[in-house]
Design a protein around this ligand. Sequence first.
Ligand code: SF4
Ligand code: SF4
Length: 394
Amino acid sequence: MANDPTGTEWIKKLAGMPQKNEAGRQDMEDHRELSIFPGLSRRDFLKSCGTLAALIGLSGPLAAPRVAQAFEEVAMRPRVIWSLFQECLGCSVNLLQSRKPTPAQLILQQISLDYHEAVMAPAGDEAEQSFQDTLATDDFFYIVEGAVATEIPEAITIHGRTAADIVLEAYQRANATIAIGSCACYGNIQAAAPNPTGAKGVADYLRQDAGLSDVTVINSPRCPGNAEDTIAILAYVLVHNELPELDSFGRPLFLFDETVHDNCERRGHFDNGRFVERFGDEASEKRWCLYKVGCKGPVTHAPCPKTKWNGEISWPVEAGPCIGCSEPDFWDKLTPFYDKESGIRLPGDITPTQIGVTLGAATAIGIGAHAVGQVAKGRFGRGGPVAGKEETEE
Ligand code: SF4
Ligand code: SF4
């Protein structure tokens, strides 16, 4: 500038445009690739942290930054051993192929995955050495995917040792053990009758067969185990610095305290007695309640309606009935999948149709949807009132 040989005025002019520059700086900051999560912008990272914060029960403007801070302040990546036993690998696949910014990104950058039979680089003796080296530190988290064979322990043998022996040793040396997916939690399809291998969930095996008392295993069921659950459990531990409170089936209460039915998008139809009678009927097209064609949502504790699946694109009840995959022994207790769940007990002689009418009327006179949900939730109760199979309707 001719009248400003030192450039002072020019600098002052620039300084006089703080908003524009602040916005630009903020924008650059938002899109800056995070050093701790390569490929992930800060904006996307904070968005993920906001979702996680809601899942683990934090709210308010500081919730997402609090989760973000917990991730960023982890001084040393915790070591993880991830065992695969009687399983189909679906839980690992769900984790590794999840949405962007991926929980897998969050997890794999935050942990040192020292041993995972499907995705680790070493094989054979080298893989076993990784397992032994991590075990020897006595400072690792143990994740199990798949059931443990107890009647025919050799059914799952890795490097000459049975799954039963591996679990027992790793559990006793781990900081905490997490069972991912319904197989590791309760045996799942491997444990369905007649269960020739004696497949069991990790906690049941440790208590019933290995004879341990005071067993604590964080069960993260669903089939497959949901990636959001896994990362939410990790976030919970990082943020709160303690293990989450568990229900009587070992599931974190912050994720599994409500039923699918409590948060179902078709719930209004249930409450008003509008049911699909058979697949393909007019009510199906209207997306009415699927209770009469087998939906197990009222007895199934899972956050599916909240987290959804496949990058929040959909979830099972958008296509068909819930089959109850997060409940223990669902293959035996909740089948046939497309038959009405006759074990659902409703108070008195009130049928689902009648309760729909009753609650619909209550809604009309001013009881909010949340209160309606709580009424029904109290009636159904935890763990699923599946004792007995007597028909209560019609
Ligand atoms: S819980 Fe389901 S997806 Fe996961 S290993 Fe078992 S069968 Fe496969
Ligand atoms: S019975 Fe199933 S489809 Fe109907 S409201 Fe409950 S969870 Fe949704």
